[in-house]
Design a binder for this molecule. Structure first.
Ligand code: MG
Ligand code: ZN
Length: 216
């Protein structure tokens, strides 16, 4: 019997393209963050807050990944940073080839930080490298503290975990200790940032950490 390993082939083709992207980013000294989360966790809000804090220090550009619409890209563009919208037309994650195409629309010269907002999804974005320097994810408080147990790959793959919407902790019965403990058991190298994009609480720790990464 012949067995065709479709997923393996797709992923290895993606890895090769991701390595090409990574080479381009290294050549141009651009630090690239792949930001992932489920829909509604606050990716665009975090990107907005991050740009507001860091735009005087770094030249920043954003790639917005969505299945449809350009609502998020329009919000980001209002902040005066170069923004490219990728509409995947149904695909539930970005892949390295999409990023490669988007790079044609971004001027990388002099760019310090490229933030890629992935499609809202806690599953397959974890499997597709884009050529990024850093993977970060958001878990928002209303989603529940059981998500690290239910979506372990995403938590294992990221170096940064933002726990967003801490202003809703009282209403949501989210066990902060438990969530962080499980996330760290999946990934001992995880740096965790409890914060609220709404109130601004905790944001400085995240932007300071990111600043250190971009400068290194
Ligand atoms: Mg968004
Ligand atoms: Zn997908």
């Amino acid at each position: 019997m012949k067995e065709i390993k479709v997923m393996e082939n797709i992923l290895s083709a993606n890895e090769a393209l991701a390595e090409e992207n990574a080479r381009i980013f290294r050549d141009k000294s651009v630090y690239v963050v792949d930001l992932m989360s489920s829909p509604g966790a606050g990716k665009t809000s975090l990107v907005t807050r991050t740009i507001e804090k860091l735009k005087d220090e770094f030249k920043i550009a954003v790639i917005e990944g969505d299945i449809a619409s350009k609502i998020d890209a329009e919000k980001i563009q209002q902040l005066g940073v170069e923004t490219v919208q990728i509409n995947t037309g149904g695909a539930c994650h970005l892949d390295a080839n999409m990023i490669k195409k988007a790079l044609g629309a971004i001027s990388l010269d002099g760019l310090d930080l490229l933030i890629i907002e992935n499609v809202g999804n806690l599953v397959c974005p974890a499997s597709f490298s884009l050529g990024e320097s850093l993977r970060a994810m958001i878990l928002s408080i209303p989603e529940g503290d059981d998500k690290p147990l239910k979506y372990p790959a995403m938590f294992a793959e990221c170096s940064g975990l933002v726990l967003n919407k801490i202003d809703l902790l009282d209403q949501c019965g989210f066990d902060m200790e438990k969530a962080q403990q499980v996330a760290r058991s999946l990934n001992p190298n995880l740096t965790i940032f409890p914060l609220s994009c709404k109130t601004g609480e905790g944001l400085d720790k995240w932007t300071e950490w990111l600043t250190g990464k971009v400068r290194s």
